[in-house]
Design a protein around this ligand. Structure first.
Ligand code: BG6
Length: 484
């Protein structure tokens, strides 16, 4: 079936940086269905040609060295622009007419992509409903909603209610672009396509789990959004909790959307709620030095740019195994990684063998940028008695597979086109994630505890974060990945 992808908020950054380059790459690889039209909608006055020209320039920049002018020229005539405002229902009605014209009356799947500031989501959804553009009586209609999906549980519920007033849940695709990353999906493959991990993937063998998303970049020009969001809403509620669900979930009965999403929701529901009195012991917050001088940041901003949170899952598999989630801007290096820290052997046979729990086996899943997996284990140092040393088996995607890793949006857009919701957050999943974040954010907003710790840009967050782990006889795996 033919498709029309309508991008609301077409003149924005996400469209030119991510969406159009992803659509272009799919087209270049021959994966975009031939009869796909793309229509941009926003207030800026562009003609079709002016928008195509604007996108040609940005796509040259963002699609990378693979960009090829000839294939862009083949795609460009299928890109259209329709100026309009999200708060005007007559603009939606006019858009609907325009879509019917370019679709030529045939059977066409429509994808409405909300790539605009979140305060306009409700308006756009309502107007899609009023203009009669949401009903699926004849052909599929899908809506893609970008993050942030609400700013807390109440607003997420309200948004869900409002969307469900117009679209059925099966039509809704809530994006968390982490789920489009190959290495994130590979967590499921690692766990469920191999027999050797599952028997040890539980409290009997795993001492703790660490999920880190460290960024070396500062907030840059995004302060307007970031200073009101902060690290919990920006990174933890979505990306880190998504990684947690894939790491901790039970085997789904089938590899299909509802079965996978059911298991993910169960993980979020198993997270022990953090009570106000636990926030001091279980969370750390920090802000990099210089954040308040960033353009657009309030000079007395209390917004956290670093968070470390200890979560417990109350279920049979994970009882007693802490999950540490950590993220920060302006950190030592960019690395997103999942660290499975195993327990020590029950008895150390070798006299010089390691006795510190921090020196036991570790499985490091590198999500990005050094995509790969390392297994750390002890080895006998040759010709040195029974001296032992930690060594590793090192798998890297780049060494085993040709070609660059695709951008997450390619996979996600393709899934929307094919109607596969597996990699998108369901309404109950989003709400369960906010239930975890809300009490922490509320305590951070209303009390001075834990204190907002300043850290130097280029460090692994505040020093106290290292000390906090040391007090628990644990340590972060603070290693910048080798990139070559
Ligand atoms: C976004 C956050 O969702 O994810 C950004 O808003 C963050 O603050 C980004 O930088 C990280 O994504 P990635 O794919 O670069 O790890």
């Amino acid at each position: 079936m033919a498709q029309t992808i309508v991008i609301f908020g077409a003149s924005g950054d996400l469209t030119s940086r991510k969406l159009i380059p992803a659509i272009y790459s799919l087209h270049q690889k021959g994966r975009l269905p031939h009869d796909t039209n793309i229509v941009g909608f926003s207030r800026t006055a562009f003609s079709h040609d002016a928008w195509r020209q604007h996108l040609a320039e940005s796509t040259t920049r963002f699609a990378g060295p693979q960009f090829d002018a000839a294939s862009w020229h083949a795609l460009a005539p299928r890109i259209f622009y329709f100026p309009g405002s999200v708060d005007r229902v007559d603009d939606f009605q006019a858009l609907c007419k325009f879509l019917q014209e370019i679709e030529g009356g045939g059977a066409v799947t429509r994808i409405y992509y909300l790539s605009m500031a979140p305060q306009f989501y409700e308006m756009a959804v309502a107007n899609l409903g009023t203009a009669g553009m949401a009903g699926e009586e004849h052909q599929p209609r899908r809506i893609v909603v970008e993050k942030p999906f609400g700013t807390d549980l109440a607003s997420a519920r309200q948004l869900n209610r409002q969307i469900h007033g117009v679209f059925a849940e099966s039509q809704v695709y809530r994006i968390d672009h982490y789920l489009g990353k190959e290495t994130v999906q590979n967590v499921l493959v690692l766990r469920f396509a191999n027999a050797i991990f599952e028997p040890v993937w539980n409290r009997n063998y795993i001492e703790h789990v660490e999920i880190t998303a460290a960024e070396s970049l500062t907030v840059g020009h995004r302060a307007g959004y970031y200073d009101t969001a902060g690290v919990l809403r920006d990174m933890l509620q979505g990306h880190l909790l998504q990684l947690l669900t894939l790491t901790a979930m039970e085997t789904p009965v089938r590899f299909e959307a509802e079965a996978v999403r059911d298991e993910k929701v169960k993980v979020l529901r198993a997270v022990r709620p953090i009570r106000q009195e636990d926030v001091l012991a279980d969370t750390l917050r920090g802000q990099y030095r210089g954040y308040r001088e960033e353009p657009g940041v309030r000079p007395d901003s209390q917004t956290a740019t670093f968070a470390a949170v200890r979560l417990h899952l109350d279920n049979w598999r994970w009882q007693g195994v802490p999950f540490y989630l950590r993220s920060g801007k302006a950190m030592s290096c960019a690395t997103t990684q999942l660290v499975i820290q195993f327990r020590q052997p029950p008895y150390m046979l070798f006299e010089g063998g390691p006795r510190d729990p921090r020196d036991s086996n570790r499985l490091v899943v590198q999500i990005q940028p050094a995509e790969g997996i390392q297994l750390h284990f002890h080895t006998k140092v040759p010709d040195a008695g029974m001296q032992l040393r930690m060594t590793d088996l090192n798998f890297r995607f780049r060494e085993k597979f040709a070609g660059p890793m695709p951008e997450a949006y390619q996979r996600l857009l393709l899934d929307v086109i094919h109607g596969d919701t597996s990699l998108f957050a369901r309404s109950d999943e989003v709400e369960a994630a906010w239930k975890i974040v809300d009490p922490i954010q509320a305590a951070w907003d209303t009390t001075a505890q834990p204190p907002l710790l300043l850290y130097e840009p280029g460090a692994w967050g505040p020093l106290e974060s290292t000390e906090w782990m040391a007090r628990q006889e644990r340590s972060w795996f603070d290693t910048c990945p080798v990139l070559h």
